[in-house]
Design a protein around this ligand. Structure first.
Ligand code: HEM
Length: 485
């Protein structure tokens, strides 16, 4: 059969038209489904309640915070009701609370691109606008480079003998001859001295700690300057500190300019001043970061130290194992010989005890970020401009991550821990810059306590309060007596 050319052409034309229209139909349908999905996705509302206008759920949050039960009384009931991500309004801001490894990774690792750290205005005013925690992007990178380098394990190696002397002197002056001391207060005095004398090379003078503590008291207070308000007192104290530190910075600068490049810069302070001389950072940046480091190190390290001893008192088997580790290290040392970085590395079990303590009692509950773009997560959109609160407890207390989470078991750290699940020091670009210093300070302090003293808690059931960081409500008094060797 021979087909007529016109007939063939019409058929070809018809086939092409049919193919085009069915393709168009298919894509239109797909596009329609895509648009509908997009609308549905946008419409998926974040679960949670915003509470009263402006105040929102702030009162519930503060109430839980006061008794150190933010997770138990505020976050967890809402996780049970709404899931791992929920909205609320606290301290005047619409806030999304996120829990879990995946959310922690998203929020912490995307600092600067999706979120920026968000501190209350009172904290920024008191720590200073030029401190590392208030800086973003390139400026943060430069400051962090200077600070984190000096506080790295290598940077701290040479600091251990000085740290040993500071701890021993502290015990001689604050512990010897006494039957009872406040462990938390002692840890605070020691941490303050470590930052000033070991990191800055500045001798602590009488009254200095008290002035700093007045600043710290205002860090989370309402930024109102009534004559007797916490914030006004804190600002006055900050001015006093600033005058003192500016004097020290200028004195150091003159000294370093005179010496030229001859003397190596051994302290964090001299490294900061070196960068000031080179014009990399300003005098305000040096001062603000010196204030911030005291704040960052102070209540956190002292709380971790105190809670570790509380855990040891409650778990005698762990205490015995830990004591053996330190007795062995001590047995290999001559009289008055300093601990070394190798000795600190041998304190493996002790560090597991501290880690487990910070899992159950993290010194920092979590922290706030602000979304700088709309963030898609878990089928929801976190709107740009909203605050985000990531929490340590959300993973630390999760039985799917830490088996039998409420039991104290330092050996769980024998195995590697999944990323973004154990976060006492945070994570991502804002990971605690002082975590190695915290580790070394706690372990060295622990060594001299457990090898030098017998000790016991005065109030084994002492409660923990929070304002805004946790602290033992009675200062954790302990009975002490020198060990008879
Ligand atoms: C057990 C003791 C400590 C704990 C639990 C702790 C915890 C933390 C946490 C969770 C963060 C991150 C906050 C965030 O993501 O917003 C942080 C940041 C920071 N910490 Fe620590 N910290 C401790 C000790 C120290 C010490 C001893 C220093 C230094 C002397 C220090 C210096 C810093 C600094 C500078 C930052 C800000 C880092 C940045 O913004 O890049 N911390 N710390």
């Amino acid at each position: 059969m021979v087909l007529e050319p016109n007939f063939v052409l019409s058929w070809v034309f018809l086939c092409i038209a049919a193919t085009i229209s069915s393709t168009l139909f298919f894509f239109r349908k797909k596009h329609h489904r895509f648009i509908t999905k997009k609308i549905q996705k946008k419409k998926k509302l974040l679960p949670g309640e915003m509470g009263l206008p402006w105040i929102g759920e702030t009162m519930d949050f503060y109430k839980a915070q006061k008794s150190n039960r933010v997770f138990e009384d505020f976050v967890n009931p809402r996780i049970i009701k709404h899931g791992n991500i929920f909205k609320t309004r606290i301290m005047g801001s619409p806030t999304i609370v996120v829990n879990g490894a995946e959310a922690n990774r998203l929020i912490l690792s995307n600092e600067f691109s999706l979120v920026v750290s968000s501190w209350p205005s009172s904290s920024v005013q008191l720590m200073g606008m030029n401190c590392i925690m208030a800086k973003q992007g390139e400026k943060h990178r430069v400051l962090r480079g200077i600070v984190a380098n000096s506080l790295s394990y290598i940077g701290l190696e040479s600091l251990i003998p000085k740290l040993c002397d500071t701890v021993k002197f502290h015990h001689e002056t604050e512990w010897r001859g006494k039957e009872e001391i406040s462990l938390y207060r002692s840890a605070k005095v020691l941490t303050f001295t470590v930052v000033f004398e070991c990191l800055y090379g500045i001798k602590v003078e009488i009254g200095m700690l008290e002035v700093f503590e007045r600043v710290l008291e205002g860090v989370f207070a309402l930024p109102v300057e009534f004559p007797c308000s916490k914030f006004a007192r804190a600002k006055k104290a900050r001015l006093e500190i600033e005058t003192f530190l500016v004097g020290k910075v200028r004195e150091k600068r003159r000294e370093m300019e005179k010496e030229g490049a001859e003397k190596p810069n051994t302290t964090l302070f001299s490294r900061l001043v070196e960068e000031l001389i080179k014009g990399v950072i300003t005098e305000e940046e040096v001062v603000d970061n010196m204030v911030l480091l005291v704040f960052a190190a102070h209540d956190t390290t002292s709380y971790a130290m105190s809670m570790t001893f509380k855990m040891l008192a409650q778990h005698p088997t762990c205490r015995d194992t830990l004591l053996q580790e330190h007795a062995q290290i001590k047995a290999n040392k001559g009289e008055g010989e300093y601990l070394t970085v190798e000795d600190v590395k041998k304190m493996k079990y002790s560090w597991q005890v501290v880690r487990e303590t910070m899992r159950l009692s993290p010194p920092i509950f979590g922290s706030f970020r602000k979304a700088v773009a709309d963030i898609d997560y878990g089928g929801y959109t976190i709107p740009k401009g909203w605050k985000i609160l990531w929490t340590t407890y959300g993973t630390h207390y999760n039985p799917e991550i830490f088996q039998d989470p409420m039991s104290f078991d330092p050996t769980r750290f024998d195995k590697p821990i999944q990323a973004y699940t154990y976060l006492p020091f945070g994570g991502g670009p804002r990971l605690c810059a002082g975590h190695q210093l915290a580790k070394i300070s706690i372990l060295v302090f622990m060594h001299f306590v457990v090898t030098g003293f017998d000790w016991s808690l005065v109030y084994p059931d002492e409660t923990i309060s929070m304002d805004p960081l946790p602290f033992p409500s009675l200062g954790m008094p302990i009975k002490i007596s020198p060990k008879v060797s």
